[in-house]
Design a protein around this ligand. Structure first.
Ligand code: NI
Length: 442
């Protein structure tokens, strides 16, 4: 049976609509129709699988435009360190101990966390992209994945490009759900001529770019956004993460090149990088979306936190009358769809059936006043209010259960912890960690 009917729920079609009661008819991976509640019993829909979702609120699935899913192993390692120590003493040495199977289970755990938090699409940059793509494919989530590309030697660079292309050739377009782009890490880790090379390759493969831009203050001294623009990179569909330290001229560049920005408020604040000038960028018509960043700097993949903290930070910066609930929801939904050039982020016919079912029978949604539900989603809700998550017409999560697991949940968690321990043991026995411990002891 390929058709599904979600009945009796309240529906928020998009950020700018009002909440109304509709029955949602889904055919394969798309929304076929929205029927006035009650009408669906009077028209002949043929054979459909019905779901009674009384007392529930259906909204578009959240689109997470920046993450590093394998980093689930690194949650809670280094909460109180400078960016430099965090990266060079804790992250990079551990990353040396990752292997394919380890990466697969790291990505799997992050994707499960995202699904249970209402995220239906994620944009990911890391190593082991074939394993991330496989994990995303196996679980049924929508994913845009790219190999993190940094330059050290020509040999290392060429190997990473080759891996990126191999993942592209194997996974791009799979199930109309998995897409592979190219991920030059940042202009301070990739020289301009290499950014130009990535632009040429991505153009040839007709795919997207993911990059970190102006995340920390000292990056301003390291490169100029005009030079990045001249590499041709921004001529491709690009998601730029962070953009915290952009000035007026940078905003001009992002605006004229239609670069999509991933706002990562929790990660930016936790690493002490500051508040991105989102309202200024919106005023210049830049398409802004939300990203969680990885577990190592966030430490959770909780989209509700991004909306709430992201919202209150902009209010703190610009005043309480700026940055409306609708603006925040647009950034969470259709702006993500716009960035990824895909019909997601709205619950309309011909859009993908990517949606989240929220349980209104909880304190976070009291009072159940329809005119306040958008506010409840942004400023009150949390992941425990998620009843179900659907991607491409398939429920991946329903009433506390994951429905697309290829092996037992307990087995996945056990393997994750076994691999976690393996990384830690190797780290603790390595020379690097010895010197790290010495440092700490001093
Ligand atoms: Ni990042």
């Amino acid at each position: 049976m390929s058709k599904k009917l979600l009945k009796n729920a309240y529906v928020l079609i998009s950020a700018d609509d009002d909440v109304e009661k509709f029955d949602i008819l889904i055919d394969e991976d798309e929304i076929e129709d929205l029927l006035a509640s009650g009408d669906s019993t009077e028209v002949n829909l043929g054979e459909v699988e019905e779901y009674d979702l009384s007392g529930k609120l259906i909204v578009p699935g959240f689109i997470n435009t920046h993450s590093h899913s394998v980093m689930s192993y690194f949650r809670g390692i280094a909460d109180d360190l400078s960016l430099n120590d965090w990266l060079f003493k804790e992250m990079l040495p551990r990353e040396d101990f990752l292997e394919s199977e380890i990466a697969y289970y790291g990505a799997l755990v992050s994707i499960l966390e995202m699904i249970s938090n209402g995220i239906t699409t994620f944009v990911d940059m890391y190593m082991f992209t074939d394993q991330i793509a496989k994990a995303a494919y196996d679980l049924g989530i929508r994913a845009y994945i790219s190999r993190g590309l940094s330059f050290d030697t020509d040999e290392g660079w060429n190997r990473r490009i080759k891996e990126n292309i191999e993942t592209y050739e194997k996974y791009n377009g799979l199930d109309s759900r998995i897409y592979i782009g190219f991920g030059p890490h940042a202009p301070y880790t990739v020289p301009m001529d290499k950014l130009n090379e990535v632009a040429e390759i991505a153009k040839k493969y007709n795919t997207h770019i993911q990059i970190h831009l102006l995340e920390s203050a000292n990056e301003r001294k390291q490169y100029n956004l005009l030079d990045v623009e001249n590499t041709g990179l921004f001529d491709l569909p690009t998601v730029a993460a962070h953009c915290v330290h952009v000035d007026e001229k940078d905003i001009e560049v992002l605006s004229r090149k239609e670069v999509n920005v991933a706002y990562n408020p929790v990660s930016n604040m936790k690493l002490g990088n500051g508040i991105a000038p989102i309202v200024d960028m919106l005023d210049k018509n830049i398409n802004i979306t939300f990203g969680t960043d990885g577990c190592a700097s966030n430490n959770s993949l909780n989209f509700f936190n991004e909306m709430k903290f992201g919202g209150i930070l902009q209010k703190y910066k610009y005043g309480p009358d700026r940055f409306s609930v609708e603006q925040i929801l647009r950034m969470s939904w259709e702006n993500g769809g716009f960035a990824l050039e895909t019909n997601i982020g709205r619950l309309e016919p011909e859009f993908k059936a990517d949606l989240v079912v929220l349980d209104m029978d909880s304190f976070e949604f009291f009072p159940n006043d329809l005119s306040r539900l958008k506010s409840h989603i942004v400023y009150s809700a949390n992941p425990k209010n998620i009843f179900a998550t659907m991607v491409a017409g398939k429920f991946l999560y329903y009433d506390g259960e994951f429905l697309t697991l290829k092996e037992e949940k307990e087995q996945i968690y056990e393997k994750f912890h076994k691999f976690y321990q393996r990384i830690e043991d190797k780290y603790n026995n390595s020379d690097y960690s010895d010197s790290h411990n010495d440092d700490r002891d001093i």
